[in-house]
Design a protein around this ligand. Structure first.
Ligand code: HEM
Length: 655
């Protein structure tokens, strides 16, 4: 006798093409009995019918008749049948339990008497044949409805932004807009909600714009969304994905990330290299003071103009260069090309990475190389590689000398390239790429990943302070109270400068340098916020939008560091509170967070301690954004600096 627990599906449909349940025993159900091809045809017909109604039916848009597609569909369908059978069983078990509980309540039974209530099967045994028929039909229909509903829920795709063109999708919208991408998709989110998709050419892209969605993606489904998207830049400029920030999630990525964290960017290693940061900041402070002295002597002015972006960049670059290859950028880049050209090559690398390449959206056009991007990328990749190869050879020579002299290198003086040379000698990871490639690609990723973002953030912070003189004064008061005016700032002072830290947090809230994080990609199907997200979906988490959500942040566009002492004192910046995630969260979170949170406050505190700051015109600073590799100010930031400490303090700088 068929029981509800053993009832299952054969796919004989109704006139709508929807499968219906027949009383077939599970044990008898094989794939053959599912009549899969017929069911697929009906399924297709239904989906095509629905396609007219909903333009967000992903599966319907993917209708391409090919043997491969049929095979894939057959497998998918078989898997779906299995799932449905499990669902039916689970629902039936639940129904039985509900029935029991209802009866228990009805009869006023105690919980230990529950098992004495006959189960559904036992109950049906007691029914007359006519009543049984009615019960089966009713239960069959209910299960049918449940299955169909759950099936629809699983396949439901997030809403898609309107206005997509065939093939090119939303490219016209993106290309025509004068706003940066994060602003365009923030405007779309106002219409379509915190989860929607748009078509980047033929590539469906999921946009998440609320802290809840970010949490689900980066925490609940962290591993599923831990991959990266493919792009021409990742392939050509990123050593064919050996550049680990562009690598998909897997053994290679995890291994390199672990090595980087253990050897160079862990809080412990970062702390060990404190002297590098202090010495670079100190040398740069001295450099401004010397410039001021010269200018003062020649013009009598008590002010000097300094282009701040360049000044911040020099410090950040030198710190990272010393950590990774053991020398400052000016000493390093004249190896092959001379200083200036070496720097330009890295700038080209960053610029090309941020360039829109048509074949990323429409891969079938790659062979045309429209705009000549591929050609330029190959040229720049070659030049960058020459510079890196030069440094690598130097490190190999140094290693040879050290080994032949029997001298053990000083652990603290070993830079990252040295370390990779010894670690990669026997690492299994070299199965993926040659050791030299891994060394060059990983060194490059560290040389370039952090400099632009820290420079951008410091420039924004200073701009915000210039436009908010009261806040600027408060920061300087805090520094004076903690450090006084008789000595320079040290890194250990930074922990006490809580208001300054709030200024940096508020800057990262308003101007996150990665406004959409680096694009993530799903490596398997999943259901996010009730929507079906197929594998290989590109994901942009619109951090910029999340950081300006008025439900979370009152007066979201205002610069108010105080909020971190009152309404938002609980908010951490290290990826635990999804209302503020400038470094991302989860497996692909920024690897350099410990370094960034040390170098930025030290640099800013030293500058504000050492100099009074004003704009050349006395006018507020222009705050327009320009999205390059990261989110930068559209214009340079030139400021007037006047010393505010006794002369002997400046004399100490740079020693
Ligand atoms: C203001 C400072 C910084 C900010 C706001 C920042 C932000 C970010 C963001 C948003 C990501 C992408 C996260 C994601 O895709 O989910 C990222 C990735 C990364 N960052 Fe940073 N970053 C900063 C500084 C640094 C520094 C100083 C370094 C190292 C020298 C660094 C190294 C990296 C690396 C290697 C990745 C790739 C991680 C991966 O793909 O797994 N960052 N950063």
């Amino acid at each position: 006798m068929p029981m509800f627990g053993s009832q299952s599906l054969s796919v004989d449909g109704d006139e709508d093409g929807s499968p219906t349940i027949q009383e077939t025993r599970v044990e008898n159900l094989s794939l053959g009995e599912c009549s899969i091809p017929r069911a697929i045809e009906r399924n297709k017909a239904r989906r095509l019918k629905e396609k007219g109604k909903a333009n967000d039916d992903y599966a319907a848009q993917q209708e391409v008749a090919s043997p491969l597609r049929l095979m894939v569909e057959q497998n998918a369908f078989a898997a779906e049948e299995m799932n449905r059978r499990h669902e039916v069983r689970a629902k039936q078990t639940q129904e039985e339990m509900d029935d029991k509980n209802m009866q228990k309540e009805h009869l006023g039974l105690q919980s230990n008497e529950l098992d004495q209530v006959p189960n559904a099967a036992q109950q049906t045994k007691l029914l007359s044949p006519q009543t049984k028929a009615v019960v089966y039909t009713a239960r069959g229909q209910i299960s049918n409805l449940n299955v169909w509903q759950s099936r629809k829920a699983v396949r439901k795709l997030p809403p898609q932004a309107g206005g997509a063109w065939p093939i090119i999708g939303h490219l016209p919208l993106l290309v025509r807009s004068s706003e940066p991408l994060h602003v365009v998709i923030a405007q779309l989110a106002d219409t379509y909600g915190p989860i929607f998709t748009f078509m980047f050419g033929v590539k469906r892209t999921l946009v998440l714009s609320s802290s809840e969605m970010a949490k689900e993606c980066l925490k609940t489904y962290d591993k599923v969304f831990a991959s990266r998207v493919s792009s021409l830049a990742s392939e050509i400029l990123g050593y064919n994905y050996a550049f680990f920030p562009f690598s998909s999630y897997g053994y290679y990525f995890s291994h390199v990330q672990k090595m980087v964290m253990a050897e160079v960017l862990s809080p412990h290693r970062v702390e060990m290299l404190k002297h590098l940061r202090e010495s670079e900041v100190s040398a740069s402070m001295k450099e401004i003071y010397d410039r001021w002295t010269k200018n003062n002597k020649s013009s009598g002015s008590d002010k000097v103009v300094v282009p701040m972006k360049d000044w911040f960049a020099e410090i950040n670059q030198n710190v990272v260069f010393r950590m990774i290859i053991g020398k400052r950028i000016s000493e390093a880049t004249n190896y092959t090309h001379g200083d200036l050209i070496g720097r330009e090559v890295f700038k080209d690398w960053l610029r090309l990475n941020a360039t829109f390449v048509l074949s990323d959206a429409l891969p079938f056009l790659r062979w045309l190389d429209l705009g000549g991007h591929e050609k330029t990328m190959r040229k720049v990749a070659k030049e960058v590689d020459q510079v890196l190869q030069g440094w690598l050879e130097e490190h190999k020579q140094k290693k040879k000398r050290t080994v032949s002299n029997g001298v053990k290198g000083d652990e603290e003086e070993r830079d990252f390239m040295d370390l990779m040379l010894s670690v990669l000698d026997d690492a299994k990871v070299t199965n993926s790429f040659e050791a030299d490639i891994i060394n060059k690609a990983t060194s490059l990723s560290l040389l370039l990943a952090g400099v632009d973002v820290t420079t951008g953030t410091l420039t924004w912070a200073l701009s915000l302070l210039l436009n908010s003189p009261k806040t600027l004064k408060k920061v300087q008061e805090e520094i004076d109270q903690n450090i006084g005016r008789e000595r320079a700032v040290k890194e250990s002072d930074v922990d006490n400068l809580v208001y300054l830290q709030a200024v940096i947090k508020e800057t990262l809230r308003l101007y996150p340098p990665g406004p959409t994080l680096l694009p993530h990609a799903s490596n398997e199907d999943c259901v996010l916020a009730g929507y079906h997200i197929p594998a290989n979906t590109r994901v942009l988490v619109n951090v910029w939008k999340i950081h300006r959500d008025p439900k979370v942040w009152p007066d979201p566009n205002e610069f108010r560091p105080e909020r971190f002492f009152t309404t938002h004192s609980y908010i951490d910046i290290k990826g635990q509170d999804f209302e503020l995630i400038p470094f991302g969260s989860g497996r692909r979170m920024c690897a350099g967070i410990a370094l960034a949170l040390r170098i930025m406050p030290l640099t800013l505190a030293s500058l504000l301690h050492g100099f009074e700051i004003a704009t050349p015109t006395g006018e507020p600073v222009d705050m327009r954004e320009s999205m390059e590799f990261t989110n930068h100010r559209a214009s340079q930031l030139d400021v007037l600096l006047t010393p505010r400490l006794p002369a002997q303090v400046y004399e100490e700088y740079g020693k």
